[in-house]
Design a protein around this ligand. Structure first.
Ligand SMILES: CC(C)(COP(=O)(O)OP(=O)(O)OC[C@H]1O[C@@H](n2cnc3c(N)ncnc32)[C@H](O)[C@@H]1OP(=O)(O)O)[C@@H](O)C(=O)NCCC(=O)NCCS
Length: 256
């Protein structure tokens, strides 16, 4: 199955019917690879989606986000109280938490494959895919794992990719640096603790905001870690493949 991502038409060329032309050409090229199904997303309702996911937002640098106009102070909150509320420890808490390295590819692939088979629809990871999409690359993708101090096994994994947000017309900031939660697996560490460490390292790296959607088991940490629901929704679709029933976001094992 092909995964369609990053479909984008320049703002000046929108609403001229270019998207269907691009989709038709993509489909032709995928068919030439003898692939007849695809997973894709849209912010619009196109037909009955497999599921609809919501974006959640966790501020890492509330002052900048407020100054940039991306969010505002909640009722009865001062800036200093807000900053305190979202403050994070200086370093990750979980023993054995470290950045993923090339030598971890087999262990991470196995962990992801075991974890993802519980979902109705999920990415079928192999080692090449893990190398390409998950090996850390500065300002693109960050992946961390937990190695058990006793057994030296990789027990937990989290990852996030970068999203840069342009702020037109703001006096102080032109961009806000964000990251989006990608694949996370918690077996020995609790999900909230693992993702709290992900927030800590994202903050250390200078990111201002951490986004996540309610796919997989993400609901188990969103509220506890002070994520709030954003206004965006994304609908997931499968091309040329029909599921008997729709899925809940928590039954979806892909992030597009
Ligand atoms: C999504 C995007 C490419 C659509 O381009 P556009 O110029 O607004 O739309 P066009 O006039 O070219 O085409 C509209 C048609 O494409 C369809 N379409 C739009 N997005 C689609 C998607 N993600 N998948 C399939 N079809 C899509 C619409 O339903 C519409 O079909 P209709 O004419 O039968 O009603 C454009 O809005 C964009 O670049 N958005 C920002 C990036 C983004 O959100 N990408 C999508 C998710 S990765």
């Amino acid at each position: 199955m092909a995964k369609i991502n990053f479909l984008c038409v320049h703002k000046k060329l929108r609403s001229k019917g270019l998207a269907p032309v691009m989709i038709k050409e993509l489909t032709r090229r995928v068919h030439l690879q003898n692939i007849w199904q695809a997973a894709y997303t849209s912010r619009h309702i196109l037909s009955r989606p497999v599921t609809t996911c919501r974006h959640w937002v966790r501020m890492l640098n509330p002052k900048k986000l407020i100054d940039a106009g991306l969010t505002r102070l909640r009722d009865r909150m001062t800036l200093s109280r807000t900053v305190k509320l979202y403050k994070l420890p200086d370093a990750p808490i979980t023993p054995g938490f470290r950045e993923m390295e090339r030598r971890d590819v087999p262990a991470v692939t196995e962990l992801l494959r075991k974890y993802l088979c519980q979902f109705g629809v999920a990415t079928d990871f192999d080692e090449n895919y893990v190398k390409h999409w998950l090996l850390p690359r500065e300002n693109i993708i960050y992946s961390y794992l937990v190695v058990s101090p006793e057994t030296h096994d990789v027990t937990d994994f989290c990852s996030f990719y970068t999203v840069s947000i342009t702020i037109p017309g703001n006096q102080k900031y032109t961009t806000v640096k964000g990251v989006y939660s990608y694949c996370n697996v918690a077996t020995l560490t609790s999900f909230p603790q693992l993702m709290n460490d992900a927030l800590i390292v994202a903050k250390q790296k200078g990111f201002d905001v951490f986004y996540a959607s309610d796919v997989m088991q993400n609901e188990s940490f969103l509220k506890e870690l002070r994520f709030y629901p954003g206004c965006g929704q994304v609908h997931y679709y499968l091309y040329n493949y029909r599921l008997r029933n729709g899925l809940k976001p928590s039954e979806l094992g892909i992030v597009l």
